[in-house]
Design a protein around this ligand. Structure first.
Ligand code: SF4
Length: 484
């Protein structure tokens, strides 16, 4: 692989799109020449592949005068990648529903375009003409951006969110890419982990008060927090209550995740502890797939847990599904979605999976068919959700893997998760506790991150450093304020 760019460089995006068409080891030569003259962009791209030459001479009329630097960069970059993709499509027909949009947050692009003063129609036109996004995806991105904005506009001044990472799971799922340890190995550290976590809650509270902040949202994730025993959960909830003003907390989510970890006792503790949003994740409603991906529950157990959560008093339940699990057909996915909708959860989040695998493989006919299946699954989701009154409100695409897919959270009105939007759009400081999280300190457009340890044993052994990291929050924030 050799990519030569003349006139304008967008190395990151070129490599990203290159990977959608070719393997890094393929013998491909790419030459691109960029020119901007008389309000006209011209990008000439030549690709030599398998001894043949393919080219695209791309033109786009654009007046950069009085335009924001970021917008100019976006348009120039999109023009280069578009010229490359047009040439590459003459070699391989790769489906790009997101066109040449490369970021992981398409709704952020839409929001920024709107903040730059572009009308809805103009933004739609940019998505279509500059980025070549399909109508379906452009509508999705616009709707997500509009719903996100409602939540972002309501972030309280001086408010922060807390993220508490519980890095334990009963077993490890086949597709897991999260911070988690199998309790058959790490279960012996649970008691000590929770003891330390309680101390970290105290320390975080001290720092939050010192900074003049208050907590608006709490999210307990992982891992699977309900892998902990009911008494562990109770002690965490009590400690949170004694440290923070719960009258100011809008949203408190517990990721119950795997049905095989849920008991009525744990759900009651959560309800009494102030949790007002819970996630119970079937991932699929097909038993044979659950076995394949090493999830130790059945669809019936998921349904039972869902009912238990309702009986425990939860009126805001999220359920996660994954499109593209191994050997699942479009019909199997449709079945899962329809089954979940029958239970009437307030939130349904649909994650995408298969392109991640496909991206690592060569683009054979089978893999392309798989990508088409994925698109059908996501299309079905979009249509089905709009028919049930659930709206898309947060979305992210997975980094470095494909231009094709997205993960989308759908919710009924009044049930959209502020925390999910905050974490995507980075508009509110998030203080991370426990294993695997990273605190995101937001000051205006600037963001600094402080990472917690991932492994429970490391968390326990190096707990002094965890406390120091909390002190660092004050130092880093003060520095950010000074630089202003
Ligand atoms: S439940 Fe989630 S975090 Fe736990 S192993 Fe499975 S995918 Fe990973």
């Amino acid at each position: 692989m050799l990519i030569v760019q003349n006139g304008y460089e967008c190395d990151y995006e070129m490599k990203l799109f290159y990977k959608l068409f070719f393997d890094v080891s393929d013998d491909v030569y790419v030459y691109s020449n960029f020119e901007y003259k008389d309000k006209r962009i011209n990008v000439y791209t030549e690709i030599i592949y398998d001894s043949d030459t393919y080219f695209e001479d791309y033109y786009y009329d654009f007046d950069s005068e009085n335009k924001d630097k970021q917008l100019i960069k976006k348009i120039f970059t999109a023009s280069c990648t578009k010229s490359f993709c047009h040439a590459a499509k003459k070699i391989k027909n790769v489906n790009l529903p997101w066109g040449v949009m490369s970021g992981i947050r398409p709704a952020k692009v839409v929001r920024e375009l709107m903040e730059e003063g572009n009308s809805r129609e103009k933004v739609f036109e940019i998505l279509k003409n500059v980025y070549e996004v399909s109508d379906e995806k452009a509508n999705l991105a616009m709707t997500v951006a509009e719903n996100e904005k409602i939540l972002l506009d309501n972030i309280g001044e001086n408010s922060v969110s807390l993220y508490i990472g519980i890095p334990f799971c009963p077993t490890r799922c086949l597709y897991c890419s999260f911070v988690s340890t199998d309790i058959r190995v790490s279960g012996k550290y649970m008691d000590e982990f929770v003891e330390k976590l309680l101390l970290e809650i105290d320390k975080s509270s001290e720092i939050i008060k010192k900074m003049g902040w208050y907590v608006e949202n709490i999210y307990i994730g992982g891992g699977t927090p309900t892998t902990l025993e009911a008494y562990h959960l109770k002690s965490i909830f009590n400690r949170l209550k004694s440290n923070f003003d719960f009258s100011k907390i809008k949203e408190f989510t517990l990721e119950a995740g795997r049905p095989d970890t849920i008991t009525f006792e744990k759900l009651k503790e959560a309800k009494n502890g102030g949790v007002n949003r819970i996630s119970i994740n079937p991932q699929t409603m097909n038993s044979e797939t659950l076995v394949k991906v090493r999830r130790k529950h059945t669809p019936d157990l998921f349904k039972k847990c869902f009912k238990m959560a309702r009986d425990a008093g939860f009126d805001n339940i999220n359920t996660d599904l994954i499109a593209g699990l191994p050997d699942e057909t479009v019909d199997m996915f449709r079945y899962s979605l329809d089954e979940v909708i029958k239970l009437d959860p307030e939130n349904i989040t649909v994650h995408s999976m298969c392109i991640k695998r496909a991206a690592n493989l060569r683009f054979t006919d089978t893999e392309l068919a798989k990508a088409q299946d994925m698109n059908e699954m996501l299309s079905y989701t979009q249509k089905r959700m709009s028919g049930t009154g659930r709206k898309p409100y947060y979305m992210y695409r997975q980094k470095n893997i494909s231009g094709n897919l997205e993960n989308v959270g759908y919710a009924k009105d009044g049930y959209m998760s502020t925390y999910n939007v905050n974490i995507m759009e980075e508009k509110q400081t998030i203080i991370a506790l426990g294993g695997g999280g990273s605190s995101k300190l937001v000051y205006g457009d600037r963001i600094e991150r402080i990472f917690n340890f991932k492994d429970p044993l490391e968390y326990i052994k190096r707990f002094d450093e965890i406390l120091q990291k909390k002190d660092e929050i004050v130092e880093v924030m003060n520095k950010m304020r000074e630089v202003e």
